[in-house]
Write a protein that binds this ligand. Structure first.
Ligand SMILES: [Zn+2]
Length: 86
């Protein structure tokens, strides 16, 4: 990917609207390459349709989030799991 990206901390505000915990502190596991790491370490492309977070290891999409006026769409199919510290 040659587009400039932000780190996963850019997801903190939008995800806080959905989850009561800070999901950027969670550990995600990439479905494509198996890399585990903090959601905050994902490469976030904020100017895609919505926000697209890609794996820093293989650049596959791990998470997509689209916000509309009355709903939030969260696509986690690129993550095998999301470990949220409690
Ligand atoms: Zn990966």
């Amino acid at each position: 990917m040659t587009d400039p990206h932000l780190d996963g901390n850019a997801l903190a505000g939008p995800l806080r609207e959905i989850f009561a915990v800070d999901v950027t502190a969670a550990t995600s596991r990439c479905a494509a390459c198996g890399l585990s790491g903090a959601v905050a370490a994902l490469h976030v492309y904020p100017n895609a349709p919505g926000m697209v977070a890609r794996c820093p290891g293989c650049e596959e999409v791990v998470l997509r989030m689209v916000r509309t006026p009355d709903a939030a769409w969260l696509d986690l199919r690129g993550a095998v799991s999301l470990r949220i510290p409690m």
